[in-house]
Design a protein around this ligand. Structure first.
Ligand SMILES: [Zn+2]
Length: 231
């Protein structure tokens, strides 16, 4: 029960949701969509509001399990995720202005003072091991319920009218990509946001594509744009 192995912070954006996070969401929707459970998203390259740290959503290891405000079952689920954190590889749960973290596994629920009160969703983070290996079947074994269906896709931003750009391209679209890549990889050397798609920008695009499981061609077309814009 609930003894946890610690807390693995996010380092930089990876470009996609992990299999474990997808599995947890899949189980959740199967078990709770009839009671109003919704997919509020997994992957999102963003900083934690009010801080400069990368959110676990940027590594695709955090799920936002949408719940009706005040639903009794949501607190029961939050408590079970904490009690069974070791079995599930859960390293953090935030719900209804309280947080449980694997950094202080025995402290129980503590006050959460972040900007978002988390009354309409459970923010649930997985360890890397769990993010790579957890399945919906395993979640169902541990938590029960009738989960295991296919997750409804979260709304994904469309690339809009952005042009395909590559080495030699110039202009605002290049500047946008350079800005996004700097935000994704704060640990790497900063790209000049100069609107000039040179070798450094191309190398960074290829790095992002390899981390995200995309075709590594250094060209920012519709698929790469979709990922960069948070889809
Ligand atoms: Zn979240």
């Amino acid at each position: 029960m609930g003894i946890h192995t610690g807390y693995e912070p996010a380092r930089s954006c990876t470009g996609s949701a992990t299999p474990g996070a997808r599995a947890l969401m899949s189980w959740f929707l199967g078990a709770y969509s009839a009671q109003g459970g919704r997919n509020l998203g997994i992957y999102n390259c963003a900083v934690i509001p009010g801080s400069t740290s990368t959110s676990l959503h940027g590594e695709g290891r955090a799920t936002d399990l949408g719940v009706p405000v005040g639903a009794g079952w949501a607190q029961v689920l939050a408590d079970r995720l904490v009690a069974l954190s070791a079995e599930l590889g859960v390293q953090c749960v935030i719900y209804n202005r309280r947080i449980w973290s694997g950094s202080y596994p025995h402290a129980g629920w503590r006050p959460y003072n972040g900007t978002h009160p988390h009354t309409d969703h459970l923010h649930v983070e997985l360890s890397w091991n769990s993010a790579r290996t957890l399945t919906a079947q395993r979640v169902q074994q541990v938590l029960g319920g009738n989960g295991g269906g296919t997750p409804a896709p979260a709304p994904t931003p469309t690339p809009g009218a952005r042009p395909t750009i590559r080495r030699g391209s110039t202009g605002d679209a290049v500047r946008e990509v350079q800005r996004i890549l700097n935000a994704w990889y704060p640990g790497l050397a900063r790209l000049a946001v100069d609107g000039d798609f040179g070798p450094a920008t191309e190398a960074r695009v290829k790095y992002m594509q390899s981390r995200a499981g995309l075709t590594v061609d250094g060209i920012v077309g519709p698929n790469t744009w979709r990922r960069l814009l948070g889809g």
